[in-house]
Design a binder for this molecule. Structure first.
Ligand SMILES: Cc1cc2nc3c(=O)[nH]c(=O)nc-3n(C[C@H](O)[C@H](O)[C@H](O)COP(=O)(O)OP(=O)(O)OC[C@H]3O[C@@H](n4cnc5c(N)ncnc54)[C@H](O)[C@@H]3O)c2cc1C
Length: 455
């Protein structure tokens, strides 16, 4: 048997998981498999970039992941990082919403919402009526807002679900598709007739673990996979063209190296980056990939001295409803979430700006986003001191939006990809936007590619 070659395009969590998995798959061992990963940026990790400077540890993207997803747990163990994983501090379970001029703690039960002033008495009654509402068994695809307003009332949709959707997807609940963005919520109505009934039935029976990161931040895993994977990694290699000739793929990158021939190809880029590569081969898939919107997000990290640390409650962070006169979507209180994020006693917080509700942030200068974040933080917490540490990251297209029609779009993409022998498409743009979803998607593509190469 001759040695085979697999090329993986994209060095985020999905691409690295694909390369790692294919390289270790028993099917690949038979004749030998060389794996080459091409990443356009200067380093691996994609959105997971962790920056260390002067005792501060700043995440440019994901803060953590929910432990318990088997594919990710396995990758962490195989990469030798089980002891580097750190669970979030106990007080990171405390989450806040800013409404009617105040930070209000989200105690996750209906009475807690009303006590905290998040819901009015009328909103609370509407929420409590949810178990008595009939389940909708069919009908047109609903947005996240439509579904939650129908089941839980417009107040819950506006005051909790809108900010939560911005917090998770940087997305607009009035545009995202419920079955695509929150499939488990859709399943609760389908399987149990309602959300409250479904949640009570499932209590104590969920597989989702706690929020987790690594001592050195989220980029620890991508870095370890790249270093210990036994595959070649080329950064600064933006793939500009893929072609099919006979039984091989030819991959051309913009880094002056010669085109590379391979037997199978995994595309693990953002969907909009995969679109132009597929334009000539599968125009239908290219159009569907290009139709997935990615809004800009700016992440501004601000580090404050010990005195300021006390002005912010111990907890995970705050989400802000849109009618409060703030542009920021929310803040994460990083020093309260994981250990060793800031010098002793200091406070590191990250301010999130932009998303689908405020795309104008994408054209602001770094100076302007920092000034905006500093002003709004000063106003919200009454902080007069200047931050002693500032770091900003601007993602022009941050997180794929699973808008209405997303599931149909994914079907079109996958149907077209299935017609292209030896090509596999993955990444967080299709079946889940979280870090663990990206890892699972990469594992799936790596397995499929290895099995294809055995044939
Ligand atoms: C601000 C922010 C906060 C987040 N917070 C969380 C969180 O708390 N928890 C969580 O679970 N998830 C979070 N996420 C989502 C999480 O970061 C992603 O799910 C995950 O990192 C995506 O991995 P990926 O491999 O699918 O894509 P990416 O990380 O986007 O990787 C794609 C890679 O492909 C490369 N690429 C693109 N085009 C080409 C080309 N032509 N040639 C070569 N390479 C190319 C890109 O440079 C990039 O490195 C957050 C995301 C952002 C932006």
């Amino acid at each position: 048997m001759t040695r085979k070659r697999l090329v993986v395009v994209g060095g985020g969590m999905a691409g690295l998981a694909a390369a790692w998995t294919a390289r270790r798959h028993p099917a690949a061992a038979a004749g030998g498999l060389d794996v080459l990963l091409l990443e356009s940026g200067p380093q691996v990790g994609g959105k997971a970039q962790s920056v260390e400077a002067d005792g501060w540890l700043v995440e440019s993207g994901p803060s953590g992941f929910l432990a318990g997803r088997p594919e990710l747990t396995q990758l962490i163990a195989d990469a030798g990082l089980a002891d580097d994983a750190v669970p979030a501090n106990a007080n990171a379970k405390r989450r806040f919403v800013y409404r009617a001029g105040k930070l209000r703690e989200i105690v996750p039960n209906p009475v807690g919402f009303a006590r905290a002033g998040i819901l009015s008495p009328r909103g609370l009654l509407r929420l409590l009526a949810e178990p008595f509402l009939p389940a909708r068994r069919e009908g047109t695809e609903e947005t996240v807002w439509e579904f939650t307003a129908r089941r839980l009332g417009a107040e819950v949709a506006d005051r909790l679900i809108m900010p939560m959707t911005l917090g998770i997807h940087a997305g607009d609940a009035k545009r995202l598709s419920l079955p695509a963005a929150f499939p488990r919520m859709a399943a609760l109505e389908r399987e149990y007739g309602g959300l409250i009934r479904g949640l009570s039935a499932k209590r104590g029976n969920t597989s989702a673990g706690g929020l987790t990161s690594f001592r050195g931040g989220m980029q620890t895993l991508p870095r370890a996979l790249a270093a210990r994977g036994g595959f070649q990694v080329r950064c600064g290699a933006r793939v500009t063209r893929i072609e099919r000739t006979g039984t091989q793929w030819i991959v051309t990158a913009a880094d002056d190296a010669a085109p590379i021939a391979c037997d199978a190809l995994v595309l693990a880029t953002e969907p909009w980056a995969a679109a132009p590569l597929l334009q000539a081969l599968a125009p239908d898939a290219a159009a569907a990939l290009d139709g997935i919107y990615g809004p800009p997000v700016a992440v501004v990290a601000l580090g404050y001295a010990a005195e300021v640390s006390r002005t912010v409650p111990r907890g995970f962070g705050v989400l802000i409803t849109r009618d409060e006169g703030y542009r920021m979507l929310g803040n994460l209180w990083d020093s309260h979430i994981f250990p060793a994020r800031s010098p002793d006693g200091h406070l590191l917080m990250r301010v999130m700006l932009g998303g689908a509700v405020d795309p104008g942030v994408g054209v602001m200068s770094e100076h302007a986003v920092i000034a905006l974040a500093r002003d709004e933080v000063a106003r919200m917490y009454g902080i007069t001191a200047s931050p002693s540490f500032v770091h900003a990251v601007q993602w022009p297209r941050a997180i794929a939006q699973y808008e209405l029609g997303h599931l149909a779009r994914v079907e079109r993409i996958e149907r077209a990809a299935a017609r292209l022998d030896g090509l596999f498409i993955g990444g967080s743009g299709l079946h889940g936007v979280a870090f663990a979803d990206a890892a699972a998607s990469g594992v799936r593509c790596g397995t499929q590619a290895a099995e294809y190469l055995r044939r």
